[in-house]
Design a binder for this molecule. Sequence first.
Ligand code: BGC
Length: 354
Amino acid sequence: MKFKATLTALCCAVMTCTAASTAEAAKIGVSMPTQALQRWNQDGANMKSELEKAGYEVELLYAGDNDIPTQVNQIENMVAGGCEVLVVAAIDGSALTEALRGAKEKNIPVISYDRLIMNSDAVTYYATFDNYKVGQMQGKFVEDALKLKDGDGVKYTEFFTGPTDDNNVNFFWGGMIEIIQPYLDSGKLVCRSGQTTMAQAATLNWNLEEAQKRMENLIASQGYGPDGGTQLDAVICSNDSTAQGVVNALVGNGYDATNIPLVTGQDCDRPNVKFMKRGLQSMSIFKDTRTLAAQVVKMVDAIVQGKEVPVNDTKTYNNGTGIIPSFLCEPVVGTKANYKELLIDSGYYKEKEI
Ligand code: BGC
């Protein structure tokens, strides 16, 4: 303990650290939903190193693979264990009300990370990417690539999104469908399966295998196929794990880079960047987790120092107990054409990793 305190003091002296001078190694609890998806490992690791650089002690915990009781337990322990601020990426946005009651009682501020925690007045701030814009970008990409605005002829699509207990799904879906719905209405775009609602397109836990199974079923039931099968021009997926399942199913059924439908995604996960390079996935959304982590550290710093917390949206995100002041980071479209600049030149990945 003594060693830790001395080390922190030393770090802060060297780094002219703003936080720790007042925080004296305040303990920050970081709760992440799963280690099964690349993005959350990155989020957790970035957050830990950024917070430690700023002089904080960090308790970073992953809730197994999306195990809600584990996350509830871990949060209760963080509250009991003296964490001064909690940063939580919820598995199920509505399952933490009880667990966070203790935080509220102890006046421990809670930053909802990436996904909004619903129905809890313990949530003080929200830091995320502009989730509605993510959906709009996916919709616009499809609109442009399929020339839906100006082209003649009918195009065919299917939809995949995440679980409806992830509040982000409402925004991803909402942004995407705002762009796409007019074409479904006019008949320029047809979803042969008729599965056009968010609930019908949902994927439990964003699970890759679930998405793959559903795509395989759609291929079988709708007769999609590259050689004499029915036409399929796009599969609009909300994120990269669902896109991976979809691409696996399509490739398993004879599609290749020359004839695969347009597939959208989100996160620029390594396997999906590989798909983009090979022409098997058309786009992904880059959400630089370093930016989000850096933003959250700024918010933590401000909270600990009693300063004004930086937010840029005070009207969009209502968690059922009122509007949660939010900071929205900017998502960017990633494709085969710009991945080098976006992901390699920025140091996010090394070329050999992808
Ligand atoms: C995140 C996405 C991610 C998905 C699955 C969402 O809440 O915003 O970036 O792909 O969860 O983990």
